[in-house]
Design a protein around this ligand. Sequence first.
Ligand code: 6GU
Length: 230
Amino acid sequence: MRIDIITVSPELIKSPFEHSIIKRAIDKNFVEIHFHDLRKYALNKYGKIDDYQFGGGAGMVLMIEPIDKCISALLTQREYDEIIYMTPDAKMLNQQTANNLSTLKNIIILTGHYKGVDQRVRDRFITKEISIGDYVLSGGELAAAVLSDAVIRLIPGVLGDETSALTDSFQDNLLAPPVYTRPAEYKGMKTPGILLSGNFPEIDQWRHEEAIKRTQSIRPDLLKNDKELK
Ligand code: 6GU
């Protein structure tokens, strides 16, 4: 998979890709990440990429021309399966969307800033818009890092233990069950005996029941909805 990230702050977004599972995925060539600094496509030598919004109002808007130049240059190189715009005014990211994106070959992620991008960018180039939650970040960079992490770890081979992504929270629309490790008892707090029993069918059953209990109590909405992002 190849991910091209277009941003006004490449430095802000790079570090999540330089550690742990995501770094290993890049080192082992499961994924290639390319950062594109929007200012390199600026209209003038001062690096102008934004302007006041028509109609008045606070906040700057990213202009269409630098974004057009950047995306069009990428499109001459290869075909892209999705051109994604990170923005809080979009449908919310979920595990199903991450699963679907993890099967793609080439994607572009455009991150907004300030008041966002000129609507014509969204109309002309963007094939999918994603928010990571109902709160506002200063820019889409952290959101793009979150999306990339969620997607990359699902690429087959990236996680050492192939089954571990399958038992994540949300993979079956359930929260993950409680987990314990040594010591079996700490300051009087005990690990549930079933987990020490060695009876694996019963352990699976217990985990499933705990996952349902946790989901019912914390996120009952997950039990009702199939919330695939369209
Ligand atoms: Cl994708 N961008 C920004 N700026 N804020 C957000 C977001 C994205 N998702 C949630 N809040």
